[in-house]
Ligand binder design. Structure first.
Ligand code: HEC
Length: 130
């Protein structure tokens, strides 16, 4: 009687162990294929810089009105040294997030682009990673 009870418990333990190993193997497999996908589709950026992120956004959304020939409101955003000033003094993000007086004047950019600029500022308003 005692021996049967012992055997039953031990079988449960082994079944449990096999299930656990199986689940661990499955989930780790799933995780690695997921990170491969992310790596393929979307470059993982550690530090957001002018060169790897902000420049493309400003060139697309701002530079047509804030460049060497057209320095609207005295603001230039067509090179790092000028973009730095507006990022550092807070006006860039104030106007990009303004609902009453947004930049660009045509309306706020998508949230993910505004967040990219916020990340750039949070990461120290760097030109590049060097
Ligand atoms: C279609 C033209 C146009 C575009 C595009 C544009 N701006 Fe402007 N910007 C203006 C004008 C006009 C003013 C001055 C009037 C005002 O402040 O609303 C201005 C003023 C500013 C100022 C000065 C605000 C202040 O406090 O004096 C900042 C900073 C600025 N823009 C940032 C940006 C940024 C950042 C972008 C892109 C996300 C951008 N602008 C895109 C036309 C533009």
């Amino acid at each position: 009687m005692n021996q049967i009870a012992y055997k039953t418990t031990s079988n449960f333990k082994i079944t449990g162990l096999i299930l656990t190993i199986g689940m661990l193997a499955f989930s780790s497999c799933e995780r690695s294929s997921l990170s491969e996908l992310v790596g393929e589709d979307d470059e993982i950026i550690d530090v957001v810089t002018y060169e790897n992120t902000a420049r493309a956004i400003l060139d697309n959304a701002c530079v047509e009105c804030h460049n060497v020939n057209e320095q609207t409101a005295g603001v230039r955003l067509d090179a790092f040294e000028f973009a730095f000033i507006e990022a550092d003094n807070g006006r860039m993000i104030t106007r990009m997030t303004s609902t009453t007086n947004p930049m660009p004047p045509s309306g706020n950019l998508p949230d993910n682009l505004i967040e990219d600029i916020m990340d750039w500022i949070d990461d120290g308003i760097l030109e590049n990673e060097n």
